[in-house]
Design a protein around this ligand. Structure first.
Ligand code: SAH
Ligand code: SF4
Ligand code: F3S
Length: 445
């Protein structure tokens, strides 16, 4: 009988894509996907440790496997991702869940096949977590799950050490992929029919900053956007300390590049930004917003914001609200600060009580939603281009996103997944748009 795999993913887009790489390795080994844990011969947890609740989530799900593992002793349970890379966490995992068979880190994901074979041969637990990043391994074929969208890593790791963040500790130092490998991957994806490419990195603007690639991010973006074919190009994440006019100029040169920038601001208080070690001020941030909109008045920004960082006063919080209004974000990911062991902020004095954090996050979410709703109204009656990416069984509607990441739903008798569809917006419910397929002069993208 066919062997089956089941992967559970937590965390960011980077992890989602790494799960595709894990799936690629398992597929090559003869495993096929199952959505049911019960049917699986191997279950892989690709974990995240960015906030405490991400970890708790994984702990809960791994713990829930205990019974199944008893019933199916041959089931292989593997845990990888950022949690295993966290100092001391593998010990905690071993203690809590003695039934885990394999643990592997983010820095040695490509060794998974070897580890599985080792486990099968020696019948004992295999733990291999690389401490230091090595050379980038090329050549693994991810098993992509998000057609017509495809994620492409341009770099790994992070050098920024924002004082709250665990990523530099679990992902190692920054390393950039060679431009020729990135371009080859993009060309292949476009030839295969992918319609949206997202370039991924923790801080894409510092691509090649160690001089190893002979190219800046702006230059890389230019060459990727010059690949022939009908596709959209996105990139994330930009860091405000490095985002610059060169990138905006390249965006202006290519209509393929979506005029949406994900530019995490984190806070609207200079005092807090300094304590976060973000290395820009609110003034500088707003200048960048202005710069982008001076090129494209229609440009949209999305962001990440943390509330309740140590030392954040009500005044600091209100400064964040003010900045959110000024920047007029299309949407924002909002988080309650979560202390991470080993980071600088975890030992800062003046940690904020949970009740205050909760109050602030609720107010912020309300504000962000009100901006999003206001933007929805502007869509009414307009025709926008949607890249159809899925079918919603419950609603009985196809869905996709416009270049600004807005979700639009529509009815169709034929399968439109992978098509650019012009949608006349007839209804806007909160953040979702509904429309009818419409004719529009074909825009060259
Ligand atoms: N490299 C990106 C994103 C990193 S993680 C960047 O620099 O912006 C995604 C988001 O998680 C961050 O932008 C931040 O808003 C949030 N985050 C990171 N560490 C956190 C913590 N300890 N508590 C709460 N939110 C956190
Ligand atoms: Fe974390 Fe800062 Fe690096 Fe982003 S830039 S991953 S927030 S340390
Ligand atoms: Fe991403 Fe979480 Fe790791 S946000 S980089 S999976 S800690």
């Amino acid at each position: 009988m066919e062997k089956k795999y089941h992967i559970v993913t937590y965390g960011c887009q980077m992890n989602v894509h790494e799960s595709e790489k894990i799936a690629g390795i398992l597929f090559k080994m003869g495993y096929r996907e199952t959505k049911e844990t019960e049917d699986a011969d191997i279950i892989v947890f690709n974990t995240c440790c960015i906030r405490e609740n991400a970890e708790n989530h994984a702990f809960g799900n791994i713990g829930a496997l205990k019974k199944l593992k008893k019933r199916k002793p041959d089931l292989i349970v593997a845990v990888g991702g950022c949690m295993t890379q966290e100092k001391g966490k593998t010990e905690v995992l071993k203690r809590k869940f003695p039934f885990i068979d394999i643990m592997f880190g983010t820095l040695n994901l490509e060794e998974l096949q070897e580890l599985i074979e080792l486990k099968q041969r020696e019948k004992k637990r295999v733990v291999r977590i690389r401490e230091k990043e090595g050379e980038i391994v090329e050549g693994d074929e991810p098993l992509r799950t998000s057609y017509p969208n495809a994620w492409v890593n341009i770099m790994y790791g992070c050098n920024n050490f924002c004082s709250y963040c665990i990523v530099p500790y679990v992902r190692g130092r920054e390393r950039s992929r060679k431009p020729e490998n990135i371009l080859a991957e993009v060309k292949k994806l476009v030839a295969e029919g992918y319609k949206e490419i997202t370039l991924l990195g923790q801080n894409v603007d510092s691509y090649g900053s160690d001089g190893s690639t002979g190219m800046t991010f702006a230059e890389l973006l230019d060459s990727v956007a010059s690949v022939e074919g009908n596709f959209r190009l996105r990139f994330m994440t930009s860091h405000p300390k490095d985002f610059n006019e060169e990138v905006v100029k390249v965006m202006a040169k290519h209509r393929k590049i979506c005029r949406l920038v994900h530019l995490p601001v984190q806070s609207g208080s200079d005092k807090i930004l300094k304590a976060m070690n973000r290395r820009y001020t609110c003034g500088q941030y707003l200048e960048e917003v202005k710069l982008l909109r001076s090129y494209f008045p229609e440009a949209e920004l999305t962001t990440d914001i943390i509330v309740g960082f140590p030392g954040e006063t009500e005044e600091d919080y209100l400064a964040t609200e003010k900045l959110v209004r000024e920047a007029n974000f299309a949407s924002a990911f909002t988080f309650v600060y979560s202390p991470r062991t080993g980071t600088k902020a975890a030992s800062m004095p003046d940690q904020i009580p949970e009740s205050v954090q909760k109050d602030r996050i609720m107010r912020l979410v309300e504000l962000v939603n009100s901006l999003t709703r206001k933007k929805s109204e502007k869509y009414l009656g307009k025709t926008v281009e949607i890249l159809c990416e899925d079918y919603d069984e419950k609603k009985g509607l196809y869905l996709g996103r416009d270049e600004f990441g807005r979700m639009g739903y529509f009815k169709s008798e034929t399968n439109r997944i992978g098509d650019f569809v012009n949608l006349k917006i007839t209804q806007a419910n909160g953040i979702s748009l509904f429309g009818e397929t419409a004719e529009k002069e074909n825009k060259e993208i």
